[in-house]
Structures are given as structure tokens and as C-alpha cells.
Design a protein around this ligand. Structure first.
Ligand SMILES: Cc1ncc(COP(=O)(O)O)c(C=O)c1O
Length: 372
């Protein structure tokens, strides 16, 4: 039976992309690859909503964090890191690892960052050179109000660097890099892009590019200047994941044909279905409706039923693969991914399966008494 892969990345792949991934190998320094990287880069600009440089690296999303840190900063630089879950925490830790002076704005997991509190923290840290933000915190199913946060930061500090982890949101949700004036936007191929893991994509503003000239941290693999020097020749400094480029080329063509706005609307619609169905089953959502993510839904595990029993029963009895909680949320939530190649029926099927398996595990929806 075909699995209904409903984790928040890696995500399912359309057959056309799977076919492209299996194409025969080509010379990564030849004209065919040059045409592909040029086409891919220009189509990525449509989804990043930017006219600025976009670089790719053979890596997981984590590489995007490290590349940002080593190219733009120097030891001792002050950074304000907004942390609202596992991924914000890791982004902050990468900065710490390289000797940056990180101040954390810790948001309770399950909530979004508060613009007023963020500005209060920024005012208290006049030496800050940058703010690090997670757009969509995959570990909690919370999506930050990115435009509001960025505009509040810009008002307070017009020239500060703003780096946004959009790993699990870009291409699924509106992110207007240029219009909102964001300096770094990074993402990973295995999330909303309908291709396998293996490629990090990073867009850089002029302000970010200027920072690469003054940063003193050592870099080789992640060197933005070297990546850009090769990109203008239609190459990468070292061997790229050629098959991922084959797949991404096809995926981006499909995505462009569907259209940005239609893709955003599809993600909104499937997220609405996931949330409505969870509530109808009698489950409680982890994130408040106003900040609930359109790419992953986190659901509180009902009392008395182990989270692992739910994920196991879903996988073994229904061929539906969902995620559990991470770190402090382990055992407390389950997560259903709905990003990339996803349609309403996939989510209806997953929620039907969840309902069946919860009944099998003894879950009975709490009786709510309607008051007239
Ligand atoms: C928001 C976010 N940032 C970063 C990452 C790290 O990506 P990777 O596991 O590809 O390194 C993830 C992975 O799930 C993520 O969801």
C-alpha cells in the first residue's frame, strides 16, 4: 500500500518529479546543467519574491543556518534570536557555536512572537547587528506573523540584518522578501518544494551581501562569494546534487503553472480541513487559531493514550505516517504535515485514519454540553 506521508518534511513527490530524478547523469560543468541552474534560480526568485541573489548548497536546511552565520557575522557580534520551538533554538545554537553573542527572546512553545515584546528586547539590545526569526516553527505548528514582526523591527532599526528561517513555509505561504525588506531567507528542498532532501536555498539582500565583506568567520564550503562567482557561470563551486536539480526544475515548472497565489490558497484550504477535522473528532489543537500554521498541524495527545501508540497504529494499520512531538513536546502532541504536494483528499484520508485508530485505542470524544 502506498504510504500517505504526513510528516512535515520530507514530503511526497509528484510522479513527474520522481521521473525527472531518475534521469541519466550529466556533466555538472556542461551547458545542460548551466541551463538548469539558471532556470531554477530564476523560478526560485518568483517564490522568494525577490530580485536579489539566491544561492544553493548541497545540504539540509541546517546548512542554511550555518551558511548565514559564517558569511555575515564575526565572533562577538550581538544577535537577537527569537526562539519559539526546536528550530529557533537550533538556529540560536548555531550562532552560539560560532562565537556570536546571542540574546534569546524565548517565546513559550505553542505561541507566536509578540511584536511589542520583540521590540522591547531589541531596544534593550542596541548593539544587535541582526534578528534571527523562524517563520514557521515546525515543532509546534505555529506560524509567526512575519510581515508584522519584520515591519516592527525595521521601524525600530532600519538597517539591522533580519534573517528568516522559512524552511517549512516558503513556497506554501506568502513571504515577500523584497517588499517586506528581509535580508536573508533560507529554505530546504524537502519541505514545500516537492523534491527530496539535499538542497538548501538562501536568498540575500544587498545589506546581507555587504555583510559578507566584513565578516571575519572562516568559511570554505559555505562561502557565499564563491557560490555566487560560480553561479554566474552556470555552475557551483563543487559538485551539486544534480538529480535534485532535475527534480526541482520540474517541480518549479509545475508550481509556476499552478501559480503562487493558488498554491497559498491550497495550503490554506488543506490546513483548514486538518484543523476542522481534528476538532470534529474531539481533539484539541496545540496552536491558537490566529497563529496556527498552514503547513503543519499540531494536535494535543488525548489523555491516557500514548502518542507513540497513535503514530504506530497509524503507520502499521493505515499506512499513514505522522510525526510526534520533539524535545519538551515529546508525548504531548502529534503533528500532521500538509505542505508541498498535498491535496484535500490526502488530509481527509489521514483524518479518517486518525479517527479510526483513536477509537481503536479507546478514545472517546469529550461530551460538550451546548448551552442555549
Ligand atoms: C523550520 C525549520 N528550520 C530548519 C529545519 C532544519 O532542516 P534540516 O532538518 O533539513 O536540517 C527544519 C527541519 O524540519 C525546520 O522545520
Amino acid at each position: 500500500m502506498q504510504q500517505n506521508l504526513r510528516i512535515p518534511g520530507p514530503t511526497p513527490i509528484p510522479p513527474q518529479v520522481a521521473e525527472a530524478l531518475a534521469r541519466p547523469m550529466i556533466n555538472h560543468r556542461g551547458p545542460e546543467f548551466a541551463a538548469i541552474i539558471e532556470r531554477v534560480t530564476s523560478r526560485l526568485k518568483y517564490f522568494f519574491q525577490t530580485e536579489q541573489r539566491i544561492l544553493t548548497f548541497p545540504s539540509a536546511g541546517t546548512g542554511g543556518w550555518e551558511a548565514t552565520v559564517v558569511n555575515l557575522f564575526s565572533p562577538g557580534d550581538a544577535i537577537l534570536s527569537v526562539v519559539m520551538g526546536v528550530f529557533g533554538d537550533r538556529f540560536a545554537k548555531v550562532a552560539q557555536t560560532f562565537g556570536l553573542n546571542v540574546t534569546r527572546y524565548d517565546v513559550p512553545w505553542g505561541q507566536a512572537a509578540d511584536p511589542d515584546e520583540l521590540i522591547r528586547q531589541l531596544v534593550a539590545l542596541p548593539s544587535a547587528r541582526a534578528v534571527f526569526l523562524t517563520h514557521n516553527e515546525t515543532s509546534t505548528g505555529v506560524m509567526n506573523p512575519l510581515q508584522t514582526l519584520v515591519s516592527a523591527i525595521r521601524k525600530q532599526r532600519p538597517d539591522i540584518l533580519i534573517a528568516v528561517d522559512a524552511v517549512s513555509s516558503l513556497s506554501c505561504v506568502d513571504v515577500q522578501m523584497d517588499a517586506w525588506d528581509i535580508d536573508v531567507v533560507l529554505t530546504g528542498s524537502q519541505k514545500g518544494w516537492m523534491v527530496p532532501p539535499g538542497l538548501a536555498m538562501i536568498a540575500l539582500s544587498e545589506r546581507a551581501w555587504a555583510a559578507t565583506e566584513t565578516s571575519t568567520l572562516p568559511r570554505y564550503y559555505w562561502d557565499f562569494r564563491s557560490a555566487y562567482k560560480y553561479l554566474v557561470k552556470g555552475q557551483t563551486p563543487y559538485t551539486p546534487p544534480v538529480n535534485i536539480f532535475f527534480g526541482l526544475d520540474v517541480a518549479l515548472e509545475m508550481m509556476q503553472a499552478e501559480g503562487r497565489e493558488a498554491i497559498f490558497a491550497r495550503h490554506q484550504a488543506v490546513a483548514d480541513v486538518a484543523r476542522a477535522r481534528a476538532r470534529a473528532i474531539g481533539l484539541e489543537l496545540f496552536a491558537a487559531p490566529a497563529v496556527a500554521s498552514n503547513t503543519v498541524t499540531a494536535i494535543k495527545v488525548p489523555e491516557g493514550i500514548p502518542a507513540k501508540a497513535i503514530t504506530k497504529a497509524m503507520r502499521e494499520n493505515e499506512a499513514v505516517v505522522i510525526a510526534g512531538g520533539q524535545e519538551q513536546l515529546e508525548g504531548k502532541i502529534i503533528r500532521i504535515g500538509h505542505l508541498g504536494y498535498v491535496h484535500e483528499q490526502d488530509i481527509q484520508d489521514a483524518m479518517d485514519a486518525l479517527n479510526r485508530q483513536l477509537q481503536e485505542l479507546g478514545f472517546r470524544a469529550p461530551i460538550t454540553i451546548m448551552m442555549e
